[in-house]
Design a protein around this ligand. Sequence first.
Ligand code: MN3
Length: 255
Amino acid sequence: MEKRTFLKTGLLVSVGAVMAPFIQACKSTVSAADKPAGNVLPAPQNRRAAAFTLPPLPYDTAALEPYVDKLTMEIHHGKHHQAYVNNLNDAVKGTVYADYELEDIVSRITAADSDKKIRNNAGGHWNHSFFWQIMSPGTSAAPEGKLAAALTSTYTSVDKFKEEFTNAAKGVFGSGWVWLCVAKDKTLFISTTPNQDNPLMLQIAGKTGTPVLGLDVWEHAYYLKHQNKRPDYISAFFNVVNWKEVGARYEKAIL
Ligand code: MN3
């Protein structure tokens, strides 16, 4: 055996010996096969007393015209989001999640079939509540401060970030969301999730992090105005992004 190969092999063997118990321990907690249905994280301290309710829109339903039309907004908020709220209240009854706060459900929900209705509707409620907040009429036209600096250093420019976000949004097959998130190491990343999943779903999302910007690319979000033209909807969205809010969420996430 060549000396270098021997050293490398020797090193790998010793690393392997040291890491084995650790790897074994990790395996025993994350193995998909024996992942329990129900919450994997410890039960939360805070308990919810009241039923989930639809949060009011922070602006009038016509406020985002012409980029988001009034009728879409009325249906999207008043019907779709309301349905997620109603179905979530119904779905958590009699389950371990019955008195969990929304964020606690989202972080603990699993991919088990028995969690599916809660997963879809808790995700739907969280995602839409977030979505209304990160849009606003007549706000700052561009990101500023720390967020602008981070977008520039990560994507070379804000325009380049928009391009990557747009491409990710176009690439979602069927219904889902595209996100700009802050990872645990405080770096920015763009990701997509199917259906009503989101990057806060620790047991489910491919990449987890704190969303600071998100776009609903379900057809119900744009079909009335843009029909099948998702790219038109995405570019209209950038006219109503509440960059102040996104920037504030970014600064909180990097603390
Ligand atoms: Mn929607």
